[in-house]
Design a protein around this ligand. Sequence first.
Ligand SMILES: [Zn+2]
Length: 147
Amino acid sequence: MKFWSFFALKLAAVGGAAQATRWALHQALPVPDSVTVWNHDPFTHDLGWTFAMLGWGLFCAGLLWLAVLDQRYRCRTCLRRLKMPVSNGRWDRAFLFEPPKTEYICVYGHGTMKVPEVQIAGREEAAWDRHDDMWRELEELSSGSRR
Ligand SMILES: [Zn+2]
């Protein structure tokens, strides 16, 4: 729940930034008289305005893409950025046995995310594996009580 609430908050910030830049664009670019006479919106009636709105649309799409990309590489529990990327798998055995992946971990041990490097059999989503207590598991492995 915390993860999605943070994402909704981030989307609201992106929407606010989009509206602020649109307002700034309206303040910076004068509307030509040929458009104001007919009380039309300058978008699609003036070439300069149309290109400005095209650039604004690309800017907003970029902001949205950055928000989604940032959210993808966050811990699902504590919302910190995932760290320590480690490459696994082999490119010479990528088809069947060991497809290359990059694993990211939460430094507080909440989980790991495996991001596939190749998309052989269609789109493969990143897999999030939650750990109950990764440090306790490591201590058990090092003490030899767990096989
Ligand atoms: Zn975490």
